[in-house]
Design a protein around this ligand. Structure first.
Ligand SMILES: [Fe+2]
Length: 175
């Protein structure tokens, strides 16, 4: 179905709301420190981007929409828990590619005055694809470089480990 502007910007917001739900559920299911850090960083990306979109929707009087995607969330968690990290990355790739195509289509029909936020959404989704592709290629922690570059408030690398060690810092963070 073709997009109409500005109604289609609701889709951008829904994408971030969905991402928050998926990565927060994966964060709760994380199997170790590395996975926890990656899921927390992706959750931060989705949350920050959703917050940045709220004034944009308000500008056009487009209602904030947070769809119920619990079956999809449950499926993602089950895939990760039962089949592991690489299976989750492989399943994520076509979803992220579809997001890039949709965001590019929205940016193509958007007003010039909105180009920054619309192109920012394309860059956001491409950062996630870089993470997925680097993880599939086994590239290590540098996989998050483009995602972290998008963040105003990056997740501290060792926070989860501090909590697991029961250090003062971890206890403080758990309050
Ligand atoms: Fe997103």
């Amino acid at each position: 179905m073709p997009f109409t502007y500005p109604d289609c910007i609701r889709k951008l917001y829904e994408s971030e709301s969905n991402g928050e739900k998926i990565y927060s559920a994966l964060l709760r299911a994380a199997k170790g420190e590395r996975d926890r850090y990656h899921f927390a960083t992706l959750l931060q990306l989705e949350s920050e981007t959703k917050a940045r979109l709220q004034p944009f929707l308000f500008k056009y009087g487009v209602a904030y929409s947070t769809p119920d995607i619990q079956p999809f969330v449950d499926g993602a968690v089950s895939l990760y828990v039962e089949h592991g990290w690489q299976a989750l990355m492989a399943a994520s790739r076509p979803v992220v590619q579809k997001g890039i195509a949709e965001f590019e289509a929205i940016a193509a029909i958007g007003l010039a005055e909105d180009a920054d936020v619309l192109q920012g959404m394309v860059r956001h989704e491409k950062a996630i694809l870089q993470w997925v592709d680097a993880e599939l290629a086994g590239s290590g922690d540098d996989s998050l470089r483009a995602v972290i570059a998008e963040l105003a408030h990056p997740i501290p690398r060792d926070a989860g480990a501090a909590g697991e060690r029961g250090s003062d810092a971890g206890k403080h963070a758990a309050c």
